[in-house]
Design a binder for this molecule. Structure first.
Ligand SMILES: [Zn+2]
Length: 319
């Protein structure tokens, strides 16, 4: 089935080794910033056409303006990130934070599993209702699982539920689904059984999936990256046919997900320090900022007109 899943994905592999920046990395960020602006403009056009609320349109505009200013702090790149979940500039940061937060917990689990809970595909007008129903029923399933755990009928109660939605260009239908990273077959089977019995006609038993996560660092990161997407990003600049349909569907998904918690942990708490890391990229002072110029894909100093990428280049040359 040709779907948005198969159209290729954004390269987000370099995020974990981000300790400093080079001139070349800054130039790449500049190119990506321009792509992110086009991406946001495509979405805003759809949102305007559908006459969405100002609040939603403002979210997309924030993403358009993301990284409008950036500067060099030590050897690191610092920017004014919007932190929107669909912003192409911010997705890698969000992914790194999630990996850093959840990896130390999941690493401790005895039998890590990834469970996929899905329902029959639906059309756009039913998307919000479907997300609501999924959330309500999954909440009931969790309460039931917790109760059983307390009564000693389930060996454990812990996991992370991640919401994702794909769209098929062929069937024109959406597939909202959950991935749950959890521990052990008993809890995994309980989640699948409950899901199928609660949704009955909307649920195909054969479409639900439980997979073992091999206990290696690489595998944990692979799974956390895999579940971090929310939606799939094609190389949209090369999409001719299907481009407007892609953005129409994507806007629909993002609108339906507005205000919803995409990552929900249950049965454990994250260490405080990991929660705090989410705010590490914000503007902390007013000096030294460079302003993005989309014609050269770089940030320019308002003081002396130098490019930000050159500021990094000069620094590494002196060393
Ligand atoms: Zn952003």
């Amino acid at each position: 089935m040709k779907s948005l899943d198969t159209l290729g994905q954004l390269d987000i592999n370099s995020i974990l080794s981000h300790t400093g920046s080079t001139s070349n990395q800054v130039r790449k960020k500049g190119i990506k910033k321009s792509i992110a602006m086009s991406f946001a403009l495509e979405l805003i056009d759809v949102a305007k056409l559908k006459e969405r609320e100002e609040k939603f349109k403002k979210l997309i505009w924030n993403s358009f303006h993301c990284l409008s200013a950036a500067k060099k702090v030590g050897n690191s790149f610092k920017g004014t990130y919007c932190k929107n979940r669909f912003c192409l500039n911010c997705i890698p940061n969000r992914m790194a934070v999630n990996i850093n937060s959840y990896l130390p917990i999941i690493r401790l689990w005895q039998e890590p599993r990834i469970v996929t809970l899905t329902l029959r595909n639906i059309d756009a007008p039913h998307l919000i209702g479907r997300f609501d129903a999924m959330k309500d029923e999954f909440g009931k399933i969790l309460r039931s699982a917790n109760y059983r755990y307390i009564k000693g009928k389930l060996p454990n109660y812990c996991g992370v539920r991640i919401t994702e939605c794909s769209y098929s260009l062929e069937s024109k239908l959406f597939n909202p689904h959950y991935h749950i990273i959890t521990d052990g077959d008993e809890l995994s089977n309980f989640l699948v059984e409950q899901w199928c019995s609660r949704f009955e006609t909307e649920c195909l038993e054969t479409s639900q999936d439980i997979r073992e996560i091999k206990k290696t660092e690489d595998n944990y990161i692979k799974v956390l990256k895999y579940t971090n997407k929310i939606f799939h990003i094609p190389n949209f600049t090369e999409l001719d046919e299907g481009k407007s349909e892609y953005f129409d569907a994507l806007e629909e998904i993002l609108y339906a997900l507005t205000g919803r918690r995409v990552w929900q942990k249950f049965g454990f708490d994250l260490p405080q320090s990991n929660e705090k890391k989410r705010d590490s990229n914000w503007l902390d002072d007013e000096e030294g900022w460079n302003i993005f110029n989309e014609y050269i894909n770089d940030w320019i100093s308002p003081v002396d007109g130098t490019k930000l990428s050159d500021q990094f280049f000069n620094d590494t040359k002196i060393k």
